[in-house]
Design a protein around this ligand. Structure first.
Ligand SMILES: Cc1cc2nc3c(=O)[nH]c(=O)nc-3n(C[C@H](O)[C@H](O)[C@H](O)COP(=O)(O)O)c2cc1C
Length: 147
């Protein structure tokens, strides 16, 4: 069975909580592994696996601290991500003009390196008062039926 790899990038912990809830929800049916992006080695990308990227936005449209090491490794090592399939769930707050752009930085880099994003781009808007976890679990369930 292929593995669903959840990569989260966080500054203040919300994306980590989302990743843990996704793993708990999906883990009954699938082999699921969860990594903080800052602990994931780009040499470990595997075309047999499917990647769920969960990433917030900080500063002004920037990556959260936890996602920066992965972006730096992607930029310096330029791995060939052809054959890698992934989906993105971005956390942000639409009161910022740069709503959800942190996740889009990762999405862009993955695509530039040859990976293919599939399914609906999931987003959570902190200004609507909802918890990101529920929306993310619903998003992942609908998406993973298709992949
Ligand atoms: C200092 C600060 C800056 C932020 N900047 C942005 C931003 O530029 N764009 C955006 O969409 N959200 C922004 N946010 C909202 C966060 O992305 C949102 O709260 C998210 O849930 C945080 O997730 P995390 O705990 O995984 O980092 C900002 C939040 C803080 C506290």
């Amino acid at each position: 069975m292929s593995t669903t790899v959840i990569l989260y990038g966080t500054e203040s912990g919300n994306s980590e909580l989302v990743a843990e809830d996704l793993a708990a929800d999906l883990g009954g049916d699938r082999d699921v592994r969860v990594y903080d992006m800052s602990d994931f080695d780009v040499a470990d990308f595997d075309t047999d696996d499917f990647y769920l990227v969960v990433c917030s936005t900080h500063g002004d449209g920037e990556l959260p601290g936890g996602a920066k090491p992965l972006l730096e490794a992607l930029n310096s090592e330029q791995p060939d991500l052809s054959g890698i399939r992934y989906a993105v769930f971005g956390l942000g707050n639409s009161t910022y003009e740069t709503y959800s752009q942190g996740s889009e930085i990762i999405d862009r880099r993955f695509t530039e390196l040859g990976a293919e994003r599939v399914g609906v781009y999931g987003r959570h808007d902190a200004c609507d008062g909802s918890l990101p976890n529920d929306g993310a679990v619903e998003w992942a369930r609908e998406l993973l039926v298709l992949v």
